[in-house]
Write a protein of this length. Structure first.
Ligand code: ADP
Ligand code: MG
Length: 238
């Protein structure tokens, strides 16, 4: 079970109220995209779900469990950031297994998980290379692989494709979509890219100033934006 329920979530940095009583229910296996302009609070919301930020008020439930004050490592989530954050001195294999070190898994299980992730992401021939010998797209696949080997129910992506060129972006978009269809895990995916949101999401949450302006499937967001902000941001046809 990996639903996510966010209840009356508030987060302030000093006097700056970034998230204002935000509510969001995410279904098991759903691909939710948080879409909005820079500074609207997308990463802040994702970091609250991940446990990387302490909330000011409200609750977060993952899989029916109140995780609001749980450590990130206990929340059953895998996170992929915009910057690849791979360990340069380790091989791809080393990078993939590093996050499993404190899980006390048998060696055979670790190898099995690495093999499976490498197959899914098509990085099998790269396992013995160092990150410096990889392209940007390959590095980002390894970064996704690090979340994958942890065998979690929930993936959190923070603009994972923003540093890539347009061609790689569209390639990896297709792969992330395929990954989700294969794994059927719950995805929360942050982007400011409308195309990414429209092609990947089951539902899009359009954010502005720490508030969700509209939450709906891509066709509804595109064809029936609830206000001028959403219409302008998505680029409505009418
Ligand atoms: P987004 O990911 O949508 O671009 P963020 O969630 O990163 O937006 O930021 C939302 C707002 O919170 C911005 O105004 C940003 O400047 C501010 N902010 C983010 N992190 C911090 C922090 N650690 N301290 C103070 N302000 C922050
Ligand atoms: Mg951000």
């Amino acid at each position: 079970m990996a639903t996510i329920e966010i209840r009356d979530l508030r987060l302030s940095f000093g006097a700056l109220d970034v998230l204002k009583q935000l509510n969001l229910d995410i279904a098991e296996g759903e691909f939710i995209v948080l879409l909005g302009p820079s500074g609207c609070g997308k990463s802040t919301l994702l970091n609250c779900i991940a446990g990387l930020l302490d909330v000011s008020d409200g609750q977060i439930h993952i899989g029916g469990r109140n995780v609001t004050w749980e450590e990130p490592k206990d929340r059953g989530i895998g996170m992929v950031f915009q910057s690849y954050a791979l360990y340069p001195q380790m091989s791809v294999r080393g990078n993939l297994s590093f996050g499993l070190k404190n899980q006390r898994l048998p060696k055979a299980e670790i190898e099995q998980r690495i093999a499976r992730a490498a197959k899914v992401l098509q990085i099998e021939p790269l396992l013995d290379r160092r990150p410096a010998a990889l392209s940007g797209g390959q590095r980002q696949r390894v970064a996704i692989g690090r979340a994958l080997v942890r065998d979690v129910d929930v993936f959190l992506f923070d603009e994972p494709l923003s540093n890539l060129d347009a061609k790689l972006r569209s390639e990896l978009r297709v792969e992330i979509k395929r990954l989700h269809q294969q794994l059927e895990n719950t995805m929360v995916y942050v982007t400011h890219d409308q195309i990414e949101a429209l092609t990947l999401a089951d539902r899009i949450a359009v954010m502005r100033g720490g508030v969700i302006q509209q939450l709906a499937d891509p066709a509804t967001i595109y064809n029936k934006p609830t206000n001028l902000f959403v219409a302008g941001f998505i680029g409505s046809p009418s």
